[in-house]
Design a binder for this molecule. Structure first.
Ligand code: KIV
Length: 285
């Protein structure tokens, strides 16, 4: 029996009952199929696809068109999972109108259930504009990779009282604006846990400790496929890079030695055709 797609009110119920929400990124059809089969409740088509799929050094070059193509593939693969589209840099910074136009594209073309965008108090008008268009909005605060230049790199936030206050103010402003969920990235558990208890909306963590209402990881980190660097908050559940490289090395070796393909990998002539084939070959000699 296929699993039931959870909607917003069910995530609120989970928070109220202390049941944790499992959230993972996916960017392509097969991975999203695995995520749905594994019982993932939410999938994020993150702009981390810039690094995990395209090999960029960060998320900055990622475009709306790239995000939409990946959302479409994930939606096809995971029809019964709550899919979130991640608004890339440039898709909501310029104006409220731009933000609404691009958020609408995520729903109409990408088929997602909600959008996520980075930033706190300074993007409140964008959040309200997208909400006014009837779209479910997930805020993203703490470490926000799209503005990591201003943060002096990919650094954990909220580690001083002054910085913790800014994270808390961002969280309060986002809930007040009406966003339906919040993601906190790379913030101490004491700060994120306090926010999760304080807010009525579900608060998800990526590197923000166990006190939140659920967890998000990047699939390429979780399965050990992304090898450039591994953030402190990642738990690696598999080593796909090692497994796949080993398999490919064996293939290279089999091709060189001639042990692949063997008879079992070959198509054979339909019975009765062999002799006629010999005649055919003779014609060409
Ligand atoms: O793009 C993404 O995967 C994200 C996570 C880092 C939270 O935004």
């Amino acid at each position: 029996m296929s699993k039931k797609k959870l909607m917003l009110h069910e995530f609120y119920k989970m928070k109220a009952e202390g049941r944790k929400i499992a959230w993972l990124t996916s960017y392509d059809y097969p991975t999203a199929q695995f995520a749905e089969a594994a019982g993932m409740e939410m999938i994020l088509v993150g702009d981390s696809l810039g690094m995990c799929v395209y090999g960029y050094s960060g998320t900055i070059p990622v475009t709306m068109d790239q995000c939409i193509v990946h959302c479409e593939a994930v939606r096809r693969a995971a029809p019964n999972t709550f899919v979130v589209g991640d608004m890339p840099l440039g898709s909501y910074q310029v104006s409220d109108e731009d933000a609404v136009r691009n958020a609408v594209r995520f729903l109409k073309e990408g088929g997602v259930d909600a959008i996520k965008l980075e930033g706190g108090t300074r993007i409140i008008s964008r959040i309200k504009a997208i909400l006014d268009a009837g779209i479910v909005v997930i805020g993203h605060i703490g470490l926000t990779p799209q503005s990591s230049g201003q943060m002096g790199g990919h650094k954990a936030q909220g580690r001083t009282v002054e910085s913790a206050r800014m994270v808390i103010e961002d969280a309060l402003a986002i809930e007040e604006a009406g966003a339906q969920m919040l993601l906190i990235e790379a913030v101490p558990p004491e700060v994120a846990g306090f926010i999760a208890r304080k807010l009525k909306i579900p608060v998800l963590s990526i590197g923000a400790g166990p006190g939140c209402d659920g967890q998000l990881l990047i699939v390429s980190d979780l399965i050990g496929q992304f090898t450039a660097f591994t953030p402190k908050f990642v738990k690696k559940y598999a080593n796909v890079a090692e497994t796949v490289t080993k398999a490919m090395k064996e293939y290279v070796s089999d091709v060189k030695s001639g042990s692949f393909p063997s008879d079992e990998h070959c198509y054979h002539m339909i019975s009765g055709e062999e002799e006629k084939l010999e005649d055919l070959i003779r014609e060409y000699k």
